[in-house]
Design a protein around this ligand. Structure first.
Ligand code: COA
Length: 260
């Protein structure tokens, strides 16, 4: 598929997806969400991709939400399909077997905040602003925001953001655990890339199994999660990277992982 609204750059096992509609502050129209689904499926099946970064084009917006010129035409049935489709694509990100980092370079509103929420790690520039302003439009978040925001921060803070539609800045997002780190705008992309390279330098079997165990936390009890962790730990013990990683430590040298 040719992408009209996305850019894809691949460098050193890192796939960089840039939402590219800067004149509309990278708002997600249907076509963009279809393209996002396609590029995610491509990157997931590409054995040379170890980590994915998602960002927005320009210095003003990550993604300023779903495209309001499209959603204002929705009837009830179309509204349900609209929300379910977006949710299904963001669930691909959440369940992605390789780490996905959001590099939030400006406004992350509505679907943009929800896109960041579906990623595994969120980094932000100092000018980033987060918000779920849907009630200003007479709707509620529809791409998972009511669920993921509540789980990531807490229900009181999530309720405040969703019910007041107020935006929070990057420092406040950091303070409440919505983002991991805040960088000057000029350093965001390189910092996200450096983090991706660091993750890509580890044994990828361990990275993917660790991610699987971490994500299970959203859905299972502590005991079920620990059972899964023990099983995935055991799987790691069967890998070549486990033998190499432990041997290299004992031999006081850097491991050479083969991702098997
Ligand atoms: N959908 C469609 N178009 C959008 C958009 C969205 N979510 N967000 C921004 N745009 C468009 C604007 O309509 C404008 O297009 P135009 O130049 O053709 O008129 C362009 O992007 C620039 O936006 P503008 O509003 O002029 O920039 P600003 O700096 O004054 O304000 C925001 C920035 C982010 C505060 C403002 O654009 C905004 O509130 N956007 C909507 C956020 C939202 O409600 N998102 C949830 C949607 S469910």
């Amino acid at each position: 598929m040719d992408y009209k609204n996305l850019l894809l750059d691949v460098n050193q096992n890192i796939g960089l997806i840039t939402i590219n509609r800067p004149d509309k502050l990278n708002a997600l129209n249907h076509e963009t969400v279809v393209e996002l689904k396609d590029v995610l499926e491509k990157l997931e099946s590409d054995e040379n991709i170890f980590v994915v970064i998602i960002t927005g084009s320009g210095e003003k917006a990550f993604v300023a939400g779903a495209d309001i010129s499209e959603i204002n035409k929705l009837n009830m049935l179309e509204g349900k399909k609209f929300a379910e489709f977006g949710q299904s694509v963001f669930s691909i990100i959440e369940k992605f077997e390789k780490p996905v980092i959001a590099a939030v370079n400006g406004f992350a509103l509505g679907g943009g905040c929800e896109l960041a929420l579906s990623c595994h790690i969120r980094l932000a520039s100092e000018n980033a602003k987060f918000g779920q302003p849907e009630v200003n439009l007479g709707i509620i978040p529809g791409y998972g925001g009511t669920q993921r925001l509540t789980r990531l921060i807490n229900s009181g803070r999530a309720a405040e953001m969703i019910l007041t539609a107020d935006m929070i800045d990057a420092n406040e997002a950091f303070r409440i655990g919505l983002v991991n780190k805040v960088y000057p705008q000029s350093e965001l992309q390189s910092s996200a890339f450096d983090m991706a390279v660091k993750i890509a330098s580890k044994g990828q079997q361990a990275i993917r199994l660790a991610l699987k165990a971490i994500k299970a936390n959203d859905e299972v009890s502590l005991q079920e999660g620990q059972n899964l962790e023990a099983t995935l730990f055991a799987l790691c013990c069967g890998t070549e990277d486990f033998k190499e990683g432990t041997k290299a430590f004992l031999e006081k040298r850097k491991p050479v992982f083969v991702n098997k």
